[in-house]
Design a protein around this ligand. Sequence first.
Ligand code: F6P
Length: 323
Amino acid sequence: MRRIAVLTSGGDAPGMNAAIRAVTRTALAKGWEVYGVRQGYAGLMAGNFVPLGARDVSSIMQHGGTILGTARSSEFKTEAGRCKALHALGSFGIDGLVVIGGNGSQTGAYHLSQMGFPVVGVASTIDNDLYGSDITIGVDTALNIALESIDRLKVTATSLERAFLVEVMGRDCGYLALMVGIAGGAEAIVIPEVETNPDEVVRLLSEAYRRGKSHAIVVVAEGAKYNAEALAAHFREHQGEIGFELRVTILGHVQRGGNPGAFDRLLATWLGAEAVEALARGEHGVLVGQIKGEVRTTPLAEVVANRKPLDLSLLRLNDVLAR
Ligand code: F6P
């Protein structure tokens, strides 16, 4: 191993820059050369590589997003696209690749490694839906951003005795909604993993109103069958039963744009450094993640074949705590 490349792919996540820095400086310390790939797999296919020295990754750790840029590439999902990428890697004399990203990105990493190229993944997505890491880079910061928004919404909701439907990201995974709902003291949490009857949410809200609550928060995952828009339409038909006046807030990409907190910077640093150590010991075709508090590798084949389970007992706990 003499020369490696690093890329960020898919949705940006707070902490990606800390991972780029850790990969770069750990590799430089081994006497290797490092190239950054711009715009994820799109840049990999186009040969959009830039040399990274120690100073190029100075003072980036505290910023959200990714200095390398990122992209979602449909061409890389094809064999022809991946052949282009292999050609570009070959023409730059790259011996190993670090892919920082979530599910789609690690699926791409798996396919590339199946074609014989040494690839190591670093678990990074705000969705926390990646098998092979209990928590992924960006989750903690995204949770705190959503939580701060909910705390603010509660202030105005209380003043006017309103209920807020707050939609959070997560694609088809309810992790962010579940965690932020519990931490934010939501009256109800709606996630894709559990079929929710909207009449049941109407009942919860109207009971909360009759119990004298001055506000109510329903946290909804964007991937739920009844997302914020669908629930709001249903609630409008039942406004009389609910009691609270209703408002809807969709947090969207706001959750992704924050500067990483200490947890994400540290996690990214550990995972990024370990990705280089894995390449150094000849271990590739793996994802570096955190499992039971330790930095561990999991074969990419296992990562792409499995779905990370969500602890649904927390949903029942919230029903009790929301009284
Ligand atoms: O995977 C991260 C994520 O932010 C999801 O939560 C969300 O569904 C998706 O990306 C949004 O993608 P885009 O930034 O392409 O709109």
